[in-house]
Design a binder for this molecule. Structure first.
Ligand SMILES: Nc1ncnc2c1ncn2[C@@H]1O[C@H](COP(=O)(O)OP(=O)(O)OP(=O)(O)O)[C@@H](O)[C@H]1O
Length: 356
C-alpha cells in the first residue's frame, strides 16, 4: 500500500515540484526550513490547492489524476492545523459529534469512545473550547479528525503553538495513534525532535523540491543531508530496554549491533523505544579508551567521510553492526586518526536521548 503524490505548482517566486512514493501506513514527516513548501504540498494533497499538474493515489484510490479531481469535501481525510479551529459555542462533545455526523454510520471506522479514550479527552467532553489548554484543544482537534474516519491524516505543525512542556505531554498521544490506528499520517514539521520521535519515513524538502525521501534511520544517516540539519545531525535507532541498574537510575538498551546505557526513562524491560544519538556527541578513538567518564564505548567500522557545514568540521558515517552512526569531528582529527572506509575504530558516545 502506498501514497503516490506528484505535484507541480507555481506561485510568483516559488515553485513546488515533487514526485513521491510514500508508505501507505505509519507517519511520514515532511521536514524542511520555513518556506520550502511543506504546507503547499499538504494543501495539494488535501485538494485545498489545485496543482497545475498533479496525481495523488492513496492506497489505490485516485484523488487526483489527469481529469480526476476529487474536491476537498469529498476526500476521506482529516486535516489538523497549528491551531485547533473548534466551534467556540459548542461543547467538546458537540464539536466531536459534528465531525462524526459528516460520515454515514455505515462508513464509520473509528468509534466515538475509542477516539476520546485514545486522545485522553474523556474528562473534557462537557467543557467549551475556551476553557481548554492549547494541548487539550489540539487533542480534541485530532479526535474530531479521527471521527470522520479518514483514510489519510494530514497534520500541519500540530505542536507548533505549544510550549516545550505541553509538547512533551502531547507526544505520547500521537505515538498511541501511531501504534493503535492504521491510518497513514503526513506530518509537517521543522522540529527535528518531533521527527526523531514520531516519524517512520521522512521527506526532506528544500525550495519546493523533495531532496530526500526514505525510511527514517537510513535517511538521517545520509551524509549529504546532515548539513541541512546542522547541530541536529544524528541518527535515530530502534531499540529495546534490556535491563536496568536501579541503583544508578540507568537502563541498558539494545539495538541491532550493540547496546548502550542510558538514563532510565521508566520503560518496562522489553519495551520498544527509540534512541537518538547526535553526531556532535560521538567521538572516535583508534583503541578502546579506559579511564574515561564516558559509559558507552563500542567497536565500529568507518564508512564514508564528508565535509561538514564549516570547513573545520567533517562528518563520518560509522557502522555498529547493521546500525549507522554519525560522528562530527574536526577535519584535522579525522586526518590524524587516518580515518578511511573499512577502518575498525572505537566510538565513544557522550549522550544518548531515549525517546518514546
Ligand atoms: N497562495 C499563495 N500565493 C502565493 N505564494 C504562496 C501561496 N501559498 C504559499 N506561497 C509561497 O510558497 C512558498 C512555500 O510556502 P509554504 O507555506 O508551503 O512553506 P512551508 O514550508 O510550509 O513554510 P513554514 O514552515 O514557514 O510554514 C512560500 O514562499 C510562500 O510565500
Amino acid at each position: 500500500m502506498t501514497i503516490q503524490a506528484k505535484f507541480e505548482l507555481a506561485y510568483p517566486g516559488f515553485s513546488l515540484d515533487v514526485d513521491l512514493e510514500l508508505p501507505g501506513h505509519g507517519v511520514t514527516a515532511l521536514f524542511g526550513p520555513s518556506g520550502c513548501g511543506k504546507t503547499t504540498l499538504l494543501r495539494c494533497m488535501a485538494g485545498l490547492s489545485r496543482a497545475q499538474s498533479g496525481r495523488l493515489i492513496v492506497n489505490g484510490d485516485a484523488w487526483q489524476d489527469g481529469a480526476t479531481f476529487v474536491p476537498v469535501h469529498q476526500r476521506p481525510l482529516g486535516y489538523v492545523f497549528q491551531e485547533a479551529n473548534l466551534f467556540a459555542h459548542l461543547s467538546i462533545r458537540r464539536n466531536l459529534q459534528y465531525g462524526q455526523s459528516r460520515i454515514d454510520e455505515a462508513a464509520r471506522r473509528v468509534e466515538f469512545d475509542r477516539a476520546i479514550e485514545l486522545l485522553g479527552i474523556v474528562h473534557l467532553l462537557e467543557r467549551k473550547p475556551a476553557g481548554l489548554s492549547g494541548g487539550e484543544r489540539q487533542r480534541v482537534a485530532i479526535a474530531r479528525a479521527l471521527l470522520t474516519s479518514p483514510r489519510l491524516l494530514l497534520m500541519d505543525e500540530p505542536l507548533a503553538a505549544l510550549d516545550l512542556a505541553r509538547k512533551n505531554e502531547f507526544m505520547p498521544y500521537l505515538e498511541r495513534l501511531h501504534g493503535e490506528l492504521d491510518i497513514p499520517v503526513i506530518y509537517v514539521t521543522h522540529a527535528p525532535d518531533e521527527v526523531a520521535r514520531l516519524a517512520d519515513h521522512i521527506v526532506v524538502m528544500d525550495a519546493g523540491r523533495a531532496i530526500a525521501s526514505g525510511p527514517l534511520t537510513e535517511t538521517l544517516a545520509r551524509l549529504d543531508l546532515p548539513i541541512r540539519l546542522g547541530e541536529d545531525a544524528g541518527v535515530v535507532l530502534d531499540a529495546v530496554v534490556a535491563e536496568r541498574d536501579a541503583a544508578w537510575h540507568l537502563a541498558r538498551v539494545t539495538f541491532a549491533g550493540g547496546s548502550l546505557w542510558v538514563r532510565d526513562g521508566g520503560q518496562a524491560i522489553g519495551a520498544a523505544v527509540r534512541i537518538r544519538i547526535l553526531a556532535r556527541d560521538v567521538s572516535i578513538a583508534l583503541e578502546k579508551v579506559t579511564g574515561t567518564s564516558i559509559q558507552n564505548c563500542l567497536p565500529a567500522t568507518v564508512g564514508e567521510l564528508a565535509n561538514d557545514s564549516h570547513p573545520a568540521l567533517s562528518l563520518t558515517r560509522l557502522a555498529i553492526g547493521p546500525s549507522p552512526l554519525l560522528a562530527r569531528l574536526t577535519r584535522r582529527s579525522a586526518v590524524e586518526l587516518g580515518l578511511a572506509p573499512g577502518k575498525p575504530v572505537w566510538v565513544q558516545i557522550k549522550a544518548v536521548a531515549l525517546i518514546g
